[in-house]
Write a new protein. Structure first.
Length: 249
């Protein structure tokens, strides 16, 4: 996250630290444990400061996140939309077909990714290239309102050219993922990038959103560890079964 916030490639960060690019890659994949001292050094090299604090461990969101991750992305959004609020599913389908393309960020992106927080407003935040915003608005058939654009049905679209902690569309495009919405795919910012935006933001709700993104990452990591353990157990069972079989001469 520090590297991305600084707009550096792995090679450029490695040069600043005096190490190999492979070392940075192993850190980011989680193949090698990183010390606190290393993280502090990376932060300084990226023009940032590491701010650590103690907090009570809270896994109260985990069951809900696990349930959300079992659903289709659009159903995750529906479950977190307050009763009586405009339906954002149709708006997401319009955004999926937008030309030029946009990347969904903010609360709706969090819901699509499986977070547990109820949506506060019928608004979809997106990131677009500055030169392409007008073309996007035309393709959506949206009308301009005070704080963004409004689609048919009352759903607002808020365009952010450079979300906090990022360098804009090109930066987020590297980690964005196509997610199925109806019959189309909408591009959604990656979890780490959403967390990066929340941690760099000064909005009142940013801290809570960062915790929610981190909780989704923790659940996905825990589920991945569990699947790998299950795979190893299955391989061991097969090997044990083969060892018990009669050898053919």
């Amino acid at each position: 996250m520090a590297r991305r916030r600084a707009g550096l490639t792995q090679r450029e960060l490695a040069e600043r630290l005096g190490c190999r690019q492979a070392t940075i890659a192993r850190w980011e994949r989680g193949d090698r444990q990183v010390s606190v001292a290393d993280v502090e050094t990376v932060a300084v090299a990226c023009g940032l400061q590491l701010d650590a604090h103690l907090a009570v461990e809270d896994r109260s969101w985990w069951p809900q996140i696990a349930m959300q991750l079992e659903l289709e992305p659009i159903e995750r959004v529906r479950r977190l939309t307050p009763a009586g609020a405009p339906e954002v599913g149709g708006a997401l389908e319009l955004l999926a077909a937008a030309d030029p393309p946009v990347i969904v960020i903010g609360e709706v992106a969090g819901a699509l990714r499986g977070w547990p927080l109820v949506l506060r407003a019928a608004a979809i935040e997106v990131c677009a290239r500055p030169a392409e915003i007008d073309a996007v608005v035309v393709s959506l058939g949206a009308r301009e309102v005070e704080d963004g654009y409004e689609l048919a049905g009352g759903v607002r679209v808020i365009v952010d050219e450079t979300p906090a902690g990022t360098f804009g569309f090109g930066d987020l495009a590297r980690g964005a993922e196509a997610m199925k919405v109806g019959s189309s795919d909408v591009r959604v910012a990656g979890l780490l990038d959403l967390l990066r935006i929340a941690e760099a933001s000064r909005a009142p709700a940013a801290r809570r959103e960062a915790l929610a993104y981190q909780a989704v990452l923790d659940v996905e990591r825990a589920q991945g560890d569990e699947r790998r353990q299950d795979d190893r157990a299955a391989e061991e069972k097969i090997e044990a079964w083969l060892m018990r079989q009669t050898q053919v001469a």
